[in-house]
Design a protein around this ligand. Structure first.
Ligand code: HAM
Length: 420
């Protein structure tokens, strides 16, 4: 690193390296994500890291993420491409392109540790490249999909070890009832305009719902009209239905009248799971319903809902709660002995049999090799004693040692491994 730093080469601002000492935490969470998504019937999907700019920009005309934070670039053929800032639009594009929406419904897909890119001001919990576990469900008009997604997110966070996340949910109506709610908000905020921050003055015209989301003018938002008081009958019924299902599913949550979320595509339900301890970037994950997006991207009208949860924020919250270590990758067997080729051969044989095996390739003394085995967390050390002599197998936890004939050593290690 020293040399690279001197040459001015560092990782780009707002990005993180995941080094071997941390990678097991990621794999652990990814395993839980796949397991939980599988239980709810979501199949895995992977899409490219970049899309045509048109797709990403069509999704969010008044969305900050899309207006101000995308990485857009021209490729060598002169086409404009954008690094995906989120997963929903690319997933819709991929499902449309594969014709999945013409098959049997619902279509339920999940992405795990999907990299997303946003040119934001980096701070704790806010990166320029982050990773999301997300689930998207297409084809279910009723609130069972919204409820299922919220339960899945709650189950995932609980299985990951999070204890203090709070579920917030709200409804923001639909194309029919939102215009009257926007008007009510504008009427309320009009007199307050001179006191609002610059961003909010811009939002007043473009996207007045986002005024509720302002981190600076919290006071003003608290007195603002509530979406729940402006819903059409169908949206009101949907929200009541969702609440009944969340109760049936045993999820504790708060109705948060200020929750609006940052993308234009949401309709009706929006939700967020917030962690009290991780500072200003407190949302671990969020999502909602987006009944108009598939049609706006060229498909037939299709109801949809989904969520995304940030892996880095989740790992940060777990660290704060003193959890999240997951099972560290251990080493089952360390092999040592005078005869390098024999050590090498036993390692190779053990690895092929499914054992995690290591040896010293640096010519260290036997004592130093044992210290190294300890550092690696080796459960067993095999000491090759030369010729036809049996191999001494030492259990590093009990410090007990027994002799085993060379041909039986791998089977003995496997038996120990199976016994835990
Ligand atoms: P989002 O709220 O923008 O929603 O992102 C989802 C989660 O990704 C956030 O709650 C947060 O944990 C994490 N996240 C977002 N931006 C950053 C960042 N700059 N640095 C670190 N973590 C970040 C979406 O992306 C929607 N596509 C979710 C969705 C799926 N809605 C429907 N389906």
């Amino acid at each position: 690193m020293g040399v690279l730093a001197a040459a001015g080469i560092q990782r780009p601002r707002g990005t993180e390296d995941i080094l071997p000492a941390d990678a097991h935490r990621w794999r652990h969470l990814e395993g839980i994500a796949r397991d939980q998504a599988g239980r709810y019937g979501f199949g895995e999907i992977r899409t490219p890291a970049f899309e045509y700019t048109e797709l990403i920009h069509r999704v969010g005309v008044s969305t900050d993420v899309v207006q101000k934070e995308t990485y857009d670039f021209a490729d060598r053929g002169g086409r404009s491409l954008t690094l995906r800032p989120e997963g929903t639009a690319p997933v819709v594009r991929a499902c449309l392109q594969a014709g999945l929406f013409g098959g049997s419904l619902p279509v339920k897909v999940a992405y795990v540790s999907m990299a997303a890119f946003r040119y934001e001001r980096p701070e704790a919990g806010r990166l320029r490249q982050h990773h999301q576990f997300g689930c998207e469900c297409f084809g279910v008009p009723g609130p069972t999909a919204d409820a299922e997604l919220m339960l899945l997110l709650a189950d995932f966070l609980a299985a990951a070890g999070i204890r203090s996340a709070v579920a917030h949910c709200n409804t923001i109506g639909c194309a029919e009832c939102r215009p009257s709610y926007r008007q009510a908000l504008q009427a309320y905020y009009r007199d307050l305009l001179p006191t609002l921050c610059a961003d909010c003055r811009r939002r007043f015209e473009q996207n007045p719902l986002r005024l509720l989301d302002c981190k600076i003018d919290r006071e003003a938002a608290l007195g603002a009209p509530r979406a729940t008081d402006h819903l059409c009958a169908a949206c009101g019924e949907h929200f009541q239905g969702l609440r009944a299902l969340l109760a049936a599913g045993g999820l504790t949550y708060e109705v948060d009248h200020l929750l609006v979320r940052g993308f234009d595509y949401y309709t009706r339900t929006v939700f967020e799971f917030v962690h009290a301890g991780i500072g200003s970037q407190a949302a671990l994950g969020g999502g909602g319903r987006y009944d108009g997006l598939v049609e706006s991207l060229g498909g037939a009208p299709l109801p949809a809902a989904g969520f995304g949860v940030g892996m880095e924020r989740l790992l940060g919250a777990l660290a704060l709660e003193g959890r999240g270590d997951g099972p560290a990758e251990g080493c089952d067997l360390f092999v040592t002995g005078e005869d390098t080729a024999a050590v090498f051969a036993l390692c190779a044989e053990a690895r092929r049999a499914g054992v995690t095996a290591e040896f010293d390739g640096l010519g260290r003394s036997l004592r130093a090799q044992f210290r190294h085995a300890d550092r690696l967390g080796a459960r067993l050390v095999a000491i090759l004693q030369g010729g036809d002599r049996p191999v001494a197998l030492r259990d590093m936890r009990t410090r007990q040692q027994r002799d085993i004939p060379r041909p039986a050593i791998v089977a003995a290690v496997l038996a120990e491994k199976d016994a835990g």
